[in-house]
Write a protein that binds this ligand. Structure first.
Ligand code: FE2
Length: 282
């Protein structure tokens, strides 16, 4: 695998509201617009931008309309995925060309020269489970077919909103993929497992291994989950700065760079130790 690296940007949990509405004092549209303007300015050559679900906070048409206006400013292709806060029908009204696996799920396998990118839809719209994710029999079958079809000569990246394994943050570990053991069984039967998994949902940066598979969890675009590993019955909030990830895949492997796109502090050269003084508090 020589030549150009695959480069894509991960954003997640945009939690859009109808235009002009705010949540926790923030307008999600303002954060995404800021991220998109940095991407257009500094990363014009990326292959695509993916948003890993929770596109809206409550799934209203007006929120998807607001999101479609924002995303239309991107100068590179976008891939939009489902999270537990989304509604597929309202989403498709404003994103008619979004992925469809033939059964209505928003998921696809993209075989690219440098890697295969598999996006899975873990949304359960049944309302009998609030917040957790599921891979129903149709989606497990799609996963198995995709694992078998993905060429073995390049990495396989699996993107899904919900985390499959527990990460040790009790308030969010209640809401993982509730049948993750069936996902593991599909990896076994297909004799293929992803080389990397990417998630949103937790609104915190977390990295680890799940049954030998490395995973990466991205901060949210609007609000974050606070660092509180112990509380289980309610979710702690925080307004730590959002970021996006630039993922680069080349013949040596995978590198993931985080960028705090709202950072407005000084930039300087490290050899000049008097260049700035004090900590920038934003
Ligand atoms: Fe979320």
């Amino acid at each position: 695998m020589d030549g150009k690296a695959l480069e894509f940007i991960i954003l997640t949990d945009t939690h859009f509201l109808p235009r002009g509405e705010t949540m926790y004092g923030l307008d999600p549209r303002a954060s995404l617009d800021a991220a998109i303007s940095v991407i257009n300015r500094d990363h014009p050559g990326v292959d695509f931008v993916v948003i890993l679900g929770d596109l809206t906070d409550a799934g209203e048409r007006a929120a998807y309309e607001n999101l479609a206006e924002s995303v239309s400013a991107l100068n590179v292709p976008s891939v939009l995925m489902m999270g537990n806060h989304d509604k597929r029908a309202a989403f498709r009204e404003f994103f008619p060309y979004a992925d469809d696996d033939g059964s209505g799920f928003v998921q696809a396998l993209r075989v690219l020269p440098q890697a295969s990118v598999l996006t899975l839809d873990t949304l359960d719209e049944a309302d009998t489970h609030i917040g957790d994710g599921v891979l129903c029999p149709r989606r497990l079958a799609f996963l198995e077919t995709s694992l078998r079809n993905a060429p073995k000569d390049r990495p396989l990246l699996l993107l899904q909103h919900h985390h499959s394994g527990k990460v040790g943050l009790r308030s969010m570990d209640r809401y993982n993929v509730r049948n993750a053991e069936e996902q593991l069984a599909v990896f076994e039967s297909a004799r293929r497992q992803p080389d990397y998994m990417f998630h949103g949902h937790i609104h915190r940066p977390i990295f680890g291994l799940w049954h030998g598979i490395p995973y990466h969890i991205q901060r949210g675009i609007n609000h974050q989950v606070g660092f509180d590993l112990d509380t289980e019955d309610k979710i702690p909030g925080s307004l730590e700065a959002p970021d996006f990830a630039l993922v680069r895949v080349n013949s040596e492997g995978v590198a993931i760079h985080h960028r705090q796109f709202l950072y407005a502090g000084p930039s300087y050269w490290l050899h000049d130790k008097d260049a700035v003084s004090g900590r920038f508090d934003g």
